[in-house]
Ligand binder design. Structure first.
Ligand code: BDP
Length: 692
C-alpha cells in the first residue's frame, strides 16, 4: 500500500465480524439516477464489496439487510416517521427500521448530497468496527461553508506545499480531467468538505481569463456530484491586468462594471460557482487601500458582483501594512474591528487562527468574538509550513481544537471560538471554516502518511467544530491502518502528543517565529535585518542579556487589550497566563521562576529536550508496530521519524546555542551541550527547500 486510498481503503473486516455486517448490509435498494445518488450508491457498493462482500440489489422490504438510500420525502420512506425536517440541506440520518417486516437500514436526507454524506458515515462505522445493528444517527453540519484553500499556482508550483506539485493540471485542462480529481472529490465528500478554492491567495489575474474559467468549469463539473463548489482567488488589480483599465479603485464605476461582467461571465460557465477569495493589502498584494479605500469598499464591490448569482466573497484578515507597526499581532484587529457591521451579508471575513501566522502555538486571534455583526470564518493551515513540513509527524487536531475551544468571553463564559465559527454566538447564518490544503501530486496525497490525518481532522472539525480530536484520531487510524487495538492505541497516543512535542523542540513557552528565513525550514532564531523587522526572528523573541519574550501587556504593545477584558487581563497577569503562552505575552528575566521551580532558562532548555525525547519515543513505538502495518507505509513513516528525530535535535541544539549567548548560564544538569557550535548552525543553508 502506498497511501493513495487514504481513509477509504475498504479492506475486508476480520472474518469474525464479517457475517454480522453482511447480514445487515446484504443488498442496496435501487436509487433514482441523479448524479449524486448514483455516486452515493456506487460508493456504498464499492465500500461494502471491499469490507464485507458484494451486496445484492433488492427493493426495501424484499428481504432482510437492505440498505435504502432516500433523498427527500420519497414514497419509500413515508410512514417511517423520519425527522427529515431537522436535517437541513446537508444533514443525514441513518436508522435501522422495519420495512414490510424486514430489517432495513435507511440512509435519508433532504437532498442527495446528504445521502452521500450518510453513505460515507455508514461505511466508516464498519471501517471503525462499530455495530450497525441498531442505528439511530442524526448528523447535521454546524458550519455552512467547509472549505479547502489551495495555495496552488497556475504553473503547478504549490506555495508552502510539501507533497509535490499541484494536483490541478491546468495545462491539460479542460481537455483532460485526471481521474484523480474524482478521488479527490470522494475524499473531500467523505468529510463533508463542500468548497474548494483552486488557486493561490497570492493570485494571478490569468485565473480569471476565459481559458482558465473553462478549466475551472471542467473541475466544477467533476466535483459537482460530490457537493463541492469551486471558488477562485481574485487578484484585486485584475481590472488593470486583464480588463484594460487604468485603475482598480473599487469606487470607480468602470472597475465595478468590470467585476460585474466578470462574475456574469464566470456564472455563465459555472452556474454554481462559489465565489472569490481575496488577499488584499497584505505582503505586497494589491488592494483597495492602494486607492485610499477600505476593506469594506473592496469586499462589498466584489460581493455586489457575485451576490446576484448567490456567490460569496471571502476577504482575508491576514493583512499587514507597509508601515511597520510596533506589533504585527495587532494589525488584523486594528484594521477590521472598526468595520464591524459594514460588510455585505455575502462577505465572510476569513481570519487565521492566531494573530501572527500559523505558528506551532498561537493564542486565538482577537478578532474572534470582536465582530458580532460580521460573518467571521476560520482559516487553519493544514499544510505544515511552520511545523516541520511533511517529514515531521505532527497531528494538528489538538492545535485546531485548542483554538476552537478557547473562550473569547465576548458574551460571558462559554463564548468559545467554535461558537463564533458555527454562528451560534451571534446568530450568524453564513458560517465558514477553511483549511490551507496539504494536498499535492504525491502518491500519498499529503507528502506523508500521517499528514493525511491533518486533512481528515480538518474536515471533521469543519463539520463539527466541537468534535473531539482524539476520537477523530482513532477513527482515522482505524480507517487508515486497521482496527487492531494493538496498533490503534499506541498510534493515537503518539499522534495526540506530537504537536506539543513540536512546540517543545521548536518554540517552547510561547516563543514564536523562530524558523529559518523565507523557507521556514528548521531553526533560525538569529534571523535579523532585511526589509521588515516583523519578518525576523529576533523581533519576536526579543532576547537580550536581561531576558526574553515579547511584552504585549500594557507596558509593551498592549495587544492584550484587544481581547475581552477578562481574557486580556488574564494574558497580562503572570499569575493567570498559561505558561504555554508565557513569552508570547511577556518579556521576562532569565531567572524568572516557572511553576516547576525551574528558572526560565532551565525550563526552556528542558522543554527543548523534552520535545526531542518525545520523538525518540515515537520512533520506538513505531518500530514496534511493524507487525501491524504494511511494509511500504511502515518503512516510509520510519524514515520520516528518523528525519524528524535528527531535526528535533537540530532545533534544540541550534536554539540553545543561540539563546545561551544571551542567557550566559550553564545548561541544567543532565542536559547535554549542543552537538555543534552556533556558527555551524548559522552557516547551514537550504537553497532548494520546498514550498516557498
Ligand atoms: C504565510 C506564508 C505565505 C502566505 C501568507 C498568507 O508564509 O507564503 O502567502 O502566509 O497567508 O504564512 O497569505
Amino acid at each position: 500500500e502506498d497511501g493513495y486510498d487514504l481513509w477509504l481503503r475498504y479492506k475486508p473486516v476480520a472474518e469474525s465480524a464479517r457475517v454480522a455486517y453482511a447480514a445487515r448490509a446484504a443488498a442496496i435498494a435501487p436509487v433514482a439516477e441523479t448524479p449524486t445518488l448514483t455516486v452515493a450508491r456506487a460508493e456504498l457498493e464499492r465500500g461494502l464489496t471491499g469490507l464485507v462482500g458484494q451486496p445484492a440489489s433488492a427493493a426495501a422490504g424484499a428481504r432482510d439487510g437492505v440498505i435504502l438510500l432516500a433523498s427527500g420525502a420519497t414514497p419509500a420512506i413515508t410512514g417511517l416517521g423520519l425527522p427529515l425536517k431537522t436535517l437541513g440541506e446537508e444533514g443525514y440520518l441513518i436508522r435501522t427500521v422495519t420495512v414490510g417486516g424486514k430489517a432495513t437500514t435507511v440512509i435519508a436526507a433532504n437532498r442527495d448530497i446528504g445521502v452521500l454524506y450518510g453513505v460515507f458515515r455508514y461505511l466508516s462505522l464498519i471501517q471503525t468496527g462499530q455495530s450497525v445493528d441498531k442505528l439511530d444517527i442524526v448528523s447535521v453540519p454546524k458550519v455552512k461553508l467547509r472549505m479547502l484553500n489551495h495555495w496552488d499556482n497556475l504553473d503547478r508550483h504549490v506555495e508552502r506545499g510539501y507533497s509535490g506539485q499541484s494536483i490541478f493540471d491546468w495545462w491539460r485542462l479542460p481537455g483532460h480531467v485526471d481521474p484523480r480529481m474524482v478521488d479527490y472529490a470522494r475524499a473531500n465528500a467523505s468529510l463533508g468538505i463542500n468548497g474548494t478554492v483552486l488557486n493561490n491567495v497570492n493570485a494571478k489575474a490569468d485565473s480569471l481569463t476565459a481559458p482558465f474559467i473553462a478549466k475551472a468549469a471542467a473541475l466544477a463539473d467533476t466535483f459537482r456530484p460530490y457537493g463541492i463548489k469551486v471558488y477562485l482567488t481574485a487578484r484585486f488589480s485584475s481590472p488593470m491586468e486583464i480588463g484594460g483599465l487604468k485603475t482598480a479603485d473599487p469606487l470607480d464605476p468602470a472597475v465595478r462594471a468590470f467585476w460585474k461582467a466578470k462574475a456574469d461571465e464566470i456564472y455563465k460557465t459555472i452556474p454554481d460557482f462559489g465565489g472569490f477569495l481575496v488577499k488584499a493589502n497584505s505582503e505586497g498584494q494589491p488592494g483597495p487601500q492602494d486607492y485610499g479605500r477600505t476593506h469594506v469598499d473592496g469586499a462589498n464591490m466584489l460581493a455586489d458582483a457575485v451576490g446576484p448569482h448567490g456567490g460569496v466573497v471571502f476577504w482575508r484578515a491576514f493583512v499587514y501594512s507597509h508601515e511597520q507597526p510596533e506589533d504585527r499581532a495587532k494589525q488584523g484587529y486594528n484594521e477590521f474591528k472598526p468595520f464591524d457591521g459594514q460588510f455585505r451579508d455575502n462577505v465572510v471575513i476569513q481570519v487565521k487562527n492566531g494573530a501572527i501566522d500559523f505558528q506551532p502555538r498561537e493564542p486565538f486571534h482577537p478578532l474572534f468574538g470582536a465582530m458580532p455583526k460580521t460573518n467571521l470564518g476560520m482559516e487553519f493551515q493544514i499544510t505544515k509550513e511552520y511545523l516541520g513540513f511533511s517529514t515531521h509527524l505532527v497531528y494538528l487536531g489538538p492545535m485546531f481544537e485548542e483554538t476552537l475551544a478557547s473562550d473569547t468571553m465576548a458574551k460571558g463564559k462559554g463564548s468559545t471560538v467554535a461558537k463564533v465559527i458555527d454562528g451560534s454566538l451571534d446568530g450568524r447564518k453564513l458560517t465558514a471554516m477553511a483549511g490551507v490544503a496539504n494536498i499535492g501530486s504525491d502518491r500519498n496525497w499529503s507528502g506523508s502518511q500521517f499528514d493525511q490525518a491533518n486533512w481528515y481532522v480538518f474536515g471533521r472539525l469543519a463539520w463539527d467544530p466541537e468534535a473531539g480530536t482524539q476520537a477523530i484520531a482513532q477513527d482515522w487510524t482505524r480507517m487508515t491502518f486497521g482496527a487492531d487495538p494493538r496498533l490503534v492505541t499506541p498510534v493515537v497516543s503518539m499522534m495526540m502528543g506530537s504537536r506539543e512535542a513540536a512546540v517543545d523542540y521548536m518554540t517552547p513557552l510561547g516563543l514564536h517565529h523562530q524558523m529559518g528565513e523565507g523557507h521556514h525550514y528548521g531553526p533560525g532564531p538569529w534571523v535579523s535585518g532585511g526589509p521588515r523587522a516583523d519578518w525576523t526572528s529576533v523581533y519576536y523573541a526579543k532576547a537580550s542579556e536581561t531576558g526574553i519574550g515579547f511584552d504585549r501587556t500594557a507596558t509593551g504593545s498592549n495587544a492584550t487589550a484587544q481581547y475581552a477584558p477578562a481574557v486580556g487581563a488574564c494574558y497580562a497577569d503572570l499569575k493567570c497566563v498559561d505558561e504555554k503562552d508565557l513569552l508570547w505575552f511577556h518579556h521576562l528575566p532569565w531567572d524568572y521562576r516557572l511553576k516547576s521551580g525551574d528558572t526560565l532558562w532551565d525550563g526552556m532548555v528542558k522543554r527543548y529536550g523534552r520535545g526531542v525525547s518525545y520523538v525518540d519515543g515515537m520512533n520506538r513505538t513505531w518500530a514496534g508496530l511493524a507487525p501491524y502495518v504494511d511494509a511500504r507505509r511502515h518503512r516510509e513513516v520510519s524514515d520520516y521519524l528518523k528525519i524528524q528525530r535528527a531535526e528535533a535535535q537540530w532545533w534544540r541544539d541550534a536554539s540553545i546555542a543561540w539563546f545561551q549567548t544571551f542567557a550566559k548560564r550553564p545548561l541544567p544538569a543532565g542536559e547535554p551541550a549542543p552537538n555543534h557550535t552556533l556558527e555551524y548552525y548559522k552557516a547551514l543553508g537550504f537553497p532548494f527547500a520546498p514550498g516557498i
